[in-house]
Design a protein around this ligand. Structure first.
Ligand code: ATP
Length: 133
């Protein structure tokens, strides 16, 4: 079946660089899977978990949204932030969740609501993924 080269990068680090047997991504229009020898593809990603398999073992990482590019059996994921499940600080995510919930509850900050919603989604997703490890 073979593998595809998977590279997940953020502005400050390389989160994954591996030969993967399969990748499942949180696309803006829904999850999609990528197998070796996939056709070329460019997709926007939303906040979510990205699953990938290396040597028969599955791992899930957190992705803050970004872009996935597949070309010539190389998949490059560019994300604003991404972390391996084992690198997620659950206490920090819980604090971020509480801050976002407070901001959303303060109804006078209407302009800030989408930012608070996104921060809340990131925190909840990080807690979900940290819980899987
Ligand atoms: P916070 O309010 O806690 O900073 P955030 O969602 O605003 O959370 P991001 O802007 O997504 O944070 O990320 C900023 C940097 O901090 C990135 O490098 C990201 O990987 C890291 N980061 C954020 N939250 C966590 C966490 N809970 N555990 C580990 N790394 C985190």
């Amino acid at each position: 079946m073979g593998t595809l080269q998977l590279e997940v990068v953020t502005p400050d680090k390389i989160v994954v660089s591996a030969e993967a047997e399969m990748v499942v991504c949180p696309g803006v229009a829904g999850e999609f899977g990528v197998l070796p020898q996939h056709v070329s593809l460019l997709s926007a990603l939303k906040i979510g978990g990205m699953r990938y398999r290396v040597n028969g073992k599955d791992a899930t990482i957190f992705i803050s949204g970004g872009f996935a590019d597949v070309n010539n059996n190389v998949m490059t994921v560019l994300a604003e932030s991404a972390e391996q499940a084992s690198d997620i600080d659950a206490v920090r995510a819980q604090a971020a969740r509480e801050r976002a919930e407070k901001r959303l509850a303060a109804r006078d900050e209407v302009v800030e609501a989408p930012r608070a919603e996104a921060a809340l989604q990131r925190a909840i997703m990080r807690l979900n993924i940290a819980g899987l490890r």
